[in-house]
Design a protein around this ligand. Sequence first.
Ligand code: UDP
Length: 502
Amino acid sequence: KPRQQPLHILFFPFFAAGHLIPVADMAALFAARGARCTILTTPVNADTIRPAVDRANLHGNNSTSAVEISLMPFPDVGLPPGIENVSALATLQVDYSANFMQAVQLFREPFDQFLADNHNHPVDAVVSDSFFTWSADAAAEHGVPRLVFFGSSVFARSCNESLLRNSPLETSTASPEDNDGGRLVSLPGLPHRVELRQSQMMDPGNYLWKFFQSNNAADQRSFGEVFNSFQELEPDYVEHFRATLGRRAWLVGPVALGTMDTAASGTKGNALPPGDGCLRWLDRKPAGSVVYVSFGTISSFSPAELREIARSLDISGRNFVWVIGGAAGTVDDWSEWMPEGFAELTADVDDSRGFIIRGWAPQRLILNHPALGGFMTHCGWNSILEAVSAGVPMVTWPRYADQFFNEKLVVEVLKVGVSIGAKDYGLSLEDHEVIAGELIARSITRLMGDSQEGDAVRKKANELGVKARSAVEKGGSSYGDVGRLMDELMARRRCSVKLGEE
Ligand code: UDP
């Protein structure tokens, strides 16, 4: 009897930690509001989200609504065994991205299978990643509405859309003080003036541009989009996306906060238990004194760059936690880059000035720790939203793609960050300019030191944190969007049942 059953939502996240984690949290959020949620993924990727899923089911009090993981094998496309996501891909010496993208196409079969098979509780809606271009048509063939998960801000989404609509864009020479011959591109039609340095993504002949273009076309044929963001964070862009671009959007984030008791200051929403004694080390540091340095799960740095980061942390004189994990930690021989005296700064003792985490950091717990004063980030959207939720201001160091858009939002629109001044060189490290430790340290000081600028940025970050937490509470904007979306999907089900009966 489909009318009595709760909504069944199928989640199909792209294979990268930055997509899997928020989608698992989103599934937990919808389950907490009464839906049955299935996440379709491969075995290695399931390991990344299993703790979040187990926790959601433990805390859920409704036996009919829960989060399940449905496993499918990763197809054999010539990748080394166990390589099932882009974070692992980024640690390999050989470029296997073409094989990986071939695999992405092959997932249509298990996806179709799931939609076709599950007749005892049909799927009411699919939330699939924008990167799975084909999933728009697959869902349509099964008569299931598809909600797009883009994995970034509405701001980045709008910038991307402007690029795709208006390319090739007119360029102007960068200001004289840049004197690197770079060209600037102004993105037309946005609520603010957004100027970016020219990059591969802006060239209609480039494969990235074409990839985004075909995804965007498929996304426009879909039912709408769900964003891990909240209305109060980027209201002008939500309005732009809905009213000017005519797209449907539900903002349901920050999803990491949605499933956790905010009074417990972040302990319940974490993906993994605290590791490495880092939190105990933080307990001994004064409030607001520590800068947390982490660049997500895909970005990597050359030995020369790692050396300058280490130097900057030394020069800045601040307490720091530095995560050298995932792709960033592939430079195995630390003697290749570690400056003299740096090891002493980070010796694993209680009174050391720095703490290095090699591997996976309990990022949300760290960001919510009272000792935290700033976050040096690559501007991955999840990292930004986690910092915003914790009220922590940022030093921004984007590496590629939407990270440069997100930096603009953080620094120029929200004014909760200080930019390091990085330029877009794409994924390859070969042509990367090495930013001097002195310059990096200057940004840390601007953010964390006693100054009008530092005070203003910290105050703003704190205010945004309060808004983020209210958004997910009962009566908040994100709480409301979740309810509205579920109501609409339920109404749609009733309507199709009626039509079927006639
Ligand atoms: N993350 C973590 N510990 C780590 C590295 C990453 O918990 O050591 C989490 C981080 O909190 C965020 C996600 O992994 O939720 C990374 O996503 P983001 O969008 O920031 O960056 P990406 O890895 O996609 O570039």
